[in-house]
Write a protein that binds this ligand. Structure first.
Ligand code: FAD
Length: 408
């Protein structure tokens, strides 16, 4: 089926973010929305590669609230939608192995308290009850967040899409966007390999291609794909899907159960990024090869905490190109350079957990007559001035490498 020749709003990208944005806009009463996805199915790119961790404990109240909105949305979809997002509210633990980290956890708890997110410090005996196969060796403090958890990213995207369809949103997969039509400096239409579509608004949720799409209308944004990997072991007795997610920032790793096996990911130094200027909008991202040095780093760092890992083979490795920005923040909202061109990207590896919150903030930026300072701050306009490409790329990689870094 060819796409319609006209839509008021076209969303480019059928990943978690594009579908969450479609759902949020439709819920807010927007009509005539079309989602275009170049792949044959939704959630076919970065979204399907993600670990699905949903962590609401963040360093600012606004970020915590954005993530809280997401978690509440997942809970609502889980309860009400016939397409379940496979949300598991199993809670999370964030542990400290040094005094500076304890200070960080205390600060995070203060921020959580201010945002109204329930967290508490628990002792190692209680932590072991929650995760019996974890030693909690050397752990000096553990912050417990009972409303955190994990979601299956593919299922979540399908759940958004199902709810959005009910509200009238149309989806067209297998339709590749090749350009944008402007008229008098504002969006007038979109070009695809299935023909042109007239529209007034384009929402750029193209993930690792967000740079290219924005650049095609003269908006240069520092959105860098940075490689990320995790592994999943074979089945292991004693590992249940109900175990909480554990973040071990002093070892730069995260751990969760994946059905009856163990999933381990982390943030290595010496990260790898691509230069988006070298991949055209019509191209493909380079294939990510397994990096055994990184996987070994993950294995070695998790071993003292989960000794049983030594006996388990690897069943699956997931990898891809989540995007990072030099300031570590999402890019959300309409560009004042090109009217009708709206960003929903730069997810800094929390685009699954952040998806519903991104949708909500995008609605606020487009519909609210006076959006909050936080929402205004996420605008693509913050990169309108001069910035240095190489410097921005280095900073984006540093954001990745210091994902669990201590604040300076
Ligand atoms: C290994 C790994 C682990 C991760 N773990 C987590 C995690 O635990 N929690 C978390 O929150 N996040 C995690 N992430 C990050 C998360 O996957 C991303 O932030 C999220 O998927 C971004 O969603 P998106 O919709 O913006 O991008 P995508 O899923 O990439 O969607 C963009 C879509 O746009 C389409 N597109 C691009 N160009 C065009 C075009 N020209 N025409 C039409 N369509 C186009 C693409 O095909 C794609 O489907 C992880 C990522 C990786 C790689």
């Amino acid at each position: 089926m060819t796409p319609p020749q006209r839509a008021q709003t076209v969303i480019v990208g059928g990943g978690a973010v594009g579908c969450a944005v479609a759902y949020s806009l439709a819920e807010a009463g927007r009509k005539d929305i079309l989602v275009l996805e170049k792949e044959e199915s939704l959630a076919a790119q970065t979204t399907s590669q993600a670990a699905g961790l949903v962590g609401q404990v963040r360093s600012t109240v606004e970020e915590v609230k954005l993530l809280m909105w997401s978690a509440k949305t997942f809970e609502r979809l889980q309860a009400d939608s016939p397409e379940s997002p496979a949300w598991r509210k199993v809670g999370s633990l964030r542990v400290a192995h040094c005094d500076e980290r304890i200070d960080e956890l205390k600060n995070l708890k203060n921020v959580a308290d201010e945002a109204g997110l329930e967290t508490e410090f628990i002792d190692n005996d209680r932590a072991r009850e929650l995760w019996p196969l974890m030693t909690f060796e050397g752990v000096k403090a553990a912050l417990w967040c009972p409303s955190d958890g994990y979601v299956q990213p593919y299922d979540l995207t399908m759940s958004y899409a199902a709810e959005a369809r009910k509200l009238g949103v149309e989806f067209k997969t297998g339709a590749r966007v090749s350009g944008v039509k402007l008229d008098g400096g504002r969006v007038a239409g979109i070009e695809t390999d299935q023909g042109d579509i007239e529209c007034e608004m384009i929402i750029n949720a193209a993930g690792a291609f967000a740079y290219q799409l924005a650049s095609s209308v003269g908006i240069e944004l520092p959105i860098f794909p940075v490689r990320h990997e995790f592994f999943v072991t074979i089945d292991c007795e004693g590992i249940e899907p109900t175990l909480p997610v554990v973040r071990i920032p002093d070892s730069s790793i995260y751990v969760r159960s994946e059905v009856n096996s163990i999933l381990v990911g982390g943030w290595e130094t010496g990260s790898l990024s691509t230069d988006p200027r070298t991949v055209p909008l019509s191209g493909e991202q380079p294939i990510v090869e397994e990096d055994w040095e990184v996987l070994e780093f993950l294995g070695e760092n998790v071993l003292p905490q989960v000794p049983v890992i030594n006996e388990l083979g690897i069943r699956h490795i997931s990898k891809g190109w989540p995007t990072f920005t030099p300031d570590g923040r999402f890019i959300i909202g309409e560009s004042s350079k090109v009217k009708g061109f709206v960003m929903a990207g730069g997810c800094n590896a929390h685009g699954i957990s952040g998806s519903a919150g991104i949708g909500r903030h995008l609605v606020e930026s487009l519909i609210d007559s006076d959006p909050s300072p936080y929402v205004k701050n996420l605008s693509p306009d913050r990169f309108d001035g001069d910035w240095d490409w190489n410097e921005a790329r280095k900073k984006a990689q540093l954001m990745y490498e210091s994902y669990y870094g201590l604040p300076h």
